[in-house]
Design a protein around this ligand. Structure first.
Ligand code: YCP
Ligand code: CO
Length: 290
């Protein structure tokens, strides 16, 4: 696995940051990256380029990030960031939240950027059983207060497999930053990562959905995607397998077969190989001939 925990923030600092995070529910969250989310996954902007246009999506820039005006009073979150991280290298800070079975769909990051970022996650609110992240064939839990480096260029996903609330503080540093350079030298060392040992994939699970293929049309396609994208967080399969399953289901599908075959190919390009800037969204294609 390429992701690893690089340190631990004291519980007292996490407690006050978590209270700040709860104060942003729900109005602090935006609709950015809906195409990447299943269920109630959402992101809240915290720190950004001081010269930013108010665009909710992240873009590359060389200015140190500053708290956006609406969160300047959140001393818990802002104090945590200022005390434990190298602010000169910080480009963006956000919250990622998930609850009620929500996940971020399996994808690779930075495909739309020239260089990308060095990405750090810190769980503020989580659940040791229900909150999970994946990277390729691995599944793991990020414990509360751990400072994780994530290699977002690998295929990955994350969220909750039950109703629990999970809120991560997500920090993007300039792409030249080594993970250890993002944090202050005095940060407490991390424990070994908590890996999740998933049961084997039940042999009849994917065939059961394949058997439904003749009844799947474009109106049901996104929901089927969201169901199958969650399977790898419970069973021992790779994060990217969902796109192969959808390709096979599209080939056996009914009324919208030609469209779904093209869309399964589009999905691989959107989430895995070419990225959102170079690939149309599902909705733009589906509604084009309305
Ligand atoms: C990002 N990429 O790079 C987003 C987050 C998933 C897609 C959500 O910030
Ligand atoms: Co990602």
């Amino acid at each position: 696995m390429y992701a690893y925990p690089i340190g631990l923030i004291p519980p007292s600092a996490i407690d006050i940051a978590a209270a700040d995070a709860l104060s942003l529910e729900p109005r602090g969250y935006t609709s950015a990256y809906v195409e990447y989310s299943a269920g109630g996954w959402a992101t809240a902007p915290l720190w950004d380029n001081p010269d930013a246009q108010s665009d909710e999506a992240v873009y590359e820039h060389d200015e140190p990030a500053r708290p956006i005006p609406s969160i300047r009073m959140l001393n818990g979150i802002n104090g945590l960031i200022s005390s434990y991280f190298d602010l000169s290298r910080l480009r963006c800070a956000r919250l990622f939240r998930a609850s009620h079975g929500a996940i971020i769909l399996p994808h690779r990051d930075y495909l739309e950027h020239k260089n990308g970022f060095t990405r750090i996650h810190i769980p503020l609110i989580t659940d040791v059983v229900q909150a999970r992240n994946s990277e390729d064939d691995c599944c793991f839990h990020m414990r509360r207060g751990e400072v994780w480096y994530l290699d977002a260029r690998r295929v990955h996903s994350g969220g909750v497999v039950g109703p629990a609330l999970r809120v991560h503080l997500v920090l993007d540093f300039s792409h030249t930053t080594q993970p250890a350079e993002a944090v202050v030298p005095s940060l407490e060392a991390a424990q070994d990562p908590l890996m999740i040992d998933r049961p084997e994939l039940p042999p009849n699970l994917v065939p059961s959905y394949q058997a439904l293929a003749p009844f799947i049309n474009a109106a049901a396609w996104q929901e089927l995607f969201h169901i199958l994208a969650r399977v790898h967080l419970r069973y021992n399969v790779g994060a990217g397998e969902v796109y192969d399953w959808l390709e096979k289901i599209a080939a056996d599908s009914g009324d919208d077969r030609a469209f779904l075959i093209r869309d399964a190919d589009r999905m691989k390009r959107y989430y895995i190989s070419e990225g959102p800037a170079a690939t149309a969204t599902f909705d733009s294609i589906w509604t084009a001939n309305r």
